[in-house]
Design a protein around this ligand. Sequence first.
Ligand code: PLP
Length: 820
Amino acid sequence: MNQPPASPSVSVDDFTTDFISRLHNSRGVDLESASDNDLYSALAWTVRKHLIDRWLVTKRVQRENKAKTVAYLSAEYLLGAQLHNMLLASGLGTVARESMASLGLSFDWLAELEVEPGLGNGGLGRLAACFVDSLATLDIPATGYGIRYQHGIFRQTFVDGRQVEQPDNWLELGSPWEFPHPEASIVVHFGGHVEHTTDAEGNDLAAWKPAWNVLAVPYNYLVPGYGTQNVNSLRLWSARATQSFDLQIFNSGDYENAVRAQTYAENISQVLYPEDSTPQGKELRLQQQYFFVAASVQEMIGQVGTSLDELRTLPQRVVFQLNDTHPVIAIPEMMRLLVDVYGMEWDEAWGITRSVFNYTCHTLLPEALEVWSVDLLGRLLPRHLEIIYRINDDFVAEVRESHPGNELLVRRMSIIQEQPFRAVRMAHLATVGSTKVNGVAALHSELLKDKVLVDFSNLWPEKFTNVTNGVTPRRFVKIANPGLSSLIDEAIGTDWVKDLSQLSRLEPFADDAAFREQFRAVKAANKTRLVETLRKRDGIELADDAIFDVMVKRLHEYKRQMLKVLHVVTLYDKILRGELDPESMTPRVVIFGAKAAPGYLMAKEIIALINAVGATINADPRVKGALYVAFPANYNVTLAETLIPAADLSEQISLAGKEASGTGNMKFALNGALTIGTLDGANVEIRELVGDDNFFLFGLTEPEVATLQAKGYVPSAYYEANASLKNAIDLIASGAFSGGNRQTFEGIVSDLLWHDRFLVLADYQAYIEAQNVVESAYADQDAWAKSAILNVARSGFFSSDRSIRDYLDRIWHTPAVPVQ
Ligand SMILES: *Cc1c(COP(=O)(O)O)cnc(C)c1O
């Protein structure tokens, strides 16, 4: 069937010979003297070699065709480990495994040496990684542009149950997957001032006189498609000090300052901001944004050509997708290049700019909408600020023309906010400067149109569209869940990996008792695999005959890990009161995985509470193993790949109207977990597709949330009115999880009772009841398996291949260029 094209001539012996010669030639060692890192690097190089020919051919074909290219601009790529994906794409999995075995090496052990590039915080960065995978698989000419952070997302450890962040030095031993090209570096300028002169025809000419600059050095990564010869590129920029900058200072004899200047320049790509859903507002972050975007836009323009005639073809040659507002400074940068550098008329340049950019909005939290103060922007990018003002002047004039006298509307829509300080609203700039604006799930796109950007959608209704997120089935099913993959292969063949809609053909198997039996065996084996992983990785000892109830995602109050904790505490409280018999309960293992932004104190308190609740419950003999809480530290893509296939129950319990889409929810459904969730983000679409019998719905809807908040939400009233909620909160307040210390979690308790911005208490009772339904449903293992199979069979829509097809149809219109 449609197997990935193996490199047919590669035998185990060839592979082994290559591997040994790699050790010799690139590492200067032999098998006996090789270190772990030598062995891993040689293995990676030996695999990668078989994708490079395809990569070169792809680049040549795309160049010769002058193919229209998707330039995906994203400040984050949460890639996950590379080796397994490269083996899948090259078809060399078995060969590599046998080759290592023939040398007496354990392939699995070598693979585990890889440090995953964690160049993203969570969903947004992982989405970008799924999208480049799908673009390559669909033969779409595309380059992902981003930043090669020296330090990715921090490594989380727990000390006395509290999160402690360690730097992620993922490049410490080098990365065998990257191709640096310092000769192709691009100079990026900052600071200084703008000089205005007038030409012979009386036109204003602007010349930016920057004060300093850095080099953007490209590092290329292979992005192989699956089941195709196509190999696209991911280009991540690394900051280096420019020589001229150094030399000036060196010549002045100030060695110390020269070195300091170098550090300053190279700081730009030092560290990923560990924010989640709150903008940082830091100068260095704005430097990062402009740094990668300026290099990317300049490089793309270089490919098209810089004569006016060539520049006019930009809309036929490239489409830029802005992944959230982080790269939006690309819009004034494009204007600067076209007008100031290449001498195009403003109006023509604006037409081209607007036609090549599109913007994906990822949030609904007003506090997360990015703004940059004009002070900072003017200091760092003075010419860009001028350009933004001019764009805004023209835009505001357009609004005034269509809505005469409505100055309130003008103020709301302006790209510049005046209060509480003068700043550029990046989402407004993105919307004004783009052809299309999309939300990331059906509900989210509706809320974008009707709330967040309602004035803009009234002005330009045709600008707004939806593309529901997706996940790559290669990484999150084929690689992560080999047991399920084989089962699917046997049932419906292997085409599903490239065409996930094929999963619908599994539906009849939900009624096949033998298939259900096999499906349950796969889930059980995945649980055993997770138990072993957590034992080795974290020293956690779990039973594998429990319901695995999993909540993994960034820690944020809107995601409501707190509601899950209250459920756990309620179960515990009821056991202590004798209202629940641990002997007759379905044993439940509750697994959390979550990093909190280092400065997000409430999120860190919730982490401490989860760990404290876990420590108390896990040590209490009265619980008799009926309830267990596991919180492995440092949730990342690698852990997700083991955790998600082992889950029975997927926790997707955000406050309705706050989660844009979610993609974790999709990974779980595709791996046969049932969802308990609120009507939020893509949960809405998951439930519609899998059927409401196969989804545990609870909680307020988005309009109900709005109504409740409008009439004045009083959380303490819920506490007073609900005995089991009161008992749970009182148990936390009593110090039961903090060695009797009532102060430890006082902050959390009083926040819940007096603020509770995310309506945890309002949804508590509905959640507890939904969990009771889960408990009785799980008691019928055969019926549960049927629902789980239907979740898999009906989730084909959530492939990121489908998302990319939607982008192609609705936004990009970029033809595929198959590579022979
Ligand atoms: C998929 C994924 C996410 C996103 O999860 P959500 O539940 O959608 O927030 C975050 N982190 C990792 C490591 C992931 O793989």
